[in-house]
Design a protein around this ligand. Structure first.
Ligand code: PCA
Length: 222
């Protein structure tokens, strides 16, 4: 598969594809009525650095979320892929370093499936590193005055599953593009009535952080 280059024909498809970036967010889960990851993705501009911003809403399910993501990557051949999820309890925007080949969480997914401890891909590696430029992303977000950190674990629920399968797919299909995952905190609206409170970040700031992350990734890839 030929790399997607500005306005060039994609081999085998015979059509001209505009350069784009693919950004995903999740539906609400775990009793929440909103998911700030999708609210932030929705707020992104239509274009960043001349690339069309393709936005995709994913279900919080172990099976179909990755399936939908990979279908969209094959269809669009984006220059980069950034998946975004909510990490309630975290006080900063966190850029994930690794996806691991494991699913285990007491919270069922939105299909009612509970992962009791299982590998995600029988033939996959134990883990994969994100191919996003983690440090430049963290710096770019902090420059906007928004707290950001690298995270050493995306957990073992649906977000880790999506990150792992994304990285597995990029490697197996030899797509040498930046791909990875960012977790964002709850929004203030979500924590307003939570007992004991919880850290939060306005969705506008999460969206600014995501835009900075995309810019930093495109810059680093030049
Ligand atoms: N966060 C969950 C799944 C969907 C989301 O937004 C997670 O961190 O696994």
């Amino acid at each position: 598969m030929e790399k997607t280059i500005l306005g060039e024909k994609i081999e085998g498809q015979g059509k001209t594809q505009a350069p784009c970036v693919l950004i995903t967010g999740f539906e609400p889960f775990g009793g929440e009525t909103v998911n700030p990851s999708w609210q932030a993705v929705e707020r992104l501009p239509e274009q960043i650095r001349g690339r069309k911003v393709e936005k995709l809403l994913l279900p919080v399910t172990y099976g179909s979320s990755a399936q939908k993501l990979l279908e969209e990557i094959r269809r669009l051949e984006p220059e980069m892929v950034l998946c975004v999820g909510q990490a309630g309890g975290r006080a900063a925007v966190t850029v994930e370093r690794t996806g691991i080949n494991w699913a285990e969480a007491s919270l069922a997914d939105n299909d009612g499936y509970t992962a009791l401890g299982e590998t995600l891909e029988a033939s996959g590696w134990d883990g994969y590193f994100s191919t996003l430029p983690l440090n430049p992303i963290v710096e770019a977000i902090r420059k906007k005055g928004i707290p950001a950190q690298i995270s050493e674990s995306a957990g073992t629920y649906v977000c880790n599953q999506l990150l792992y399968r994304l990285l597995h797919f990029l490697r197996e299909s030899d797509r040498k593009i930046p791909g990875g995952f960012i977790h964002i905190p709850f929004s203030p609206e979500q924590v307003a009535e939570k007992k004991g409170g919880a850290p939060s970040l306005p969705v506008e700031l999460s969206a600014m952080a995501l835009e900075a992350a995309v810019e930093a990734t495109l810059e680093a890839a030049l």
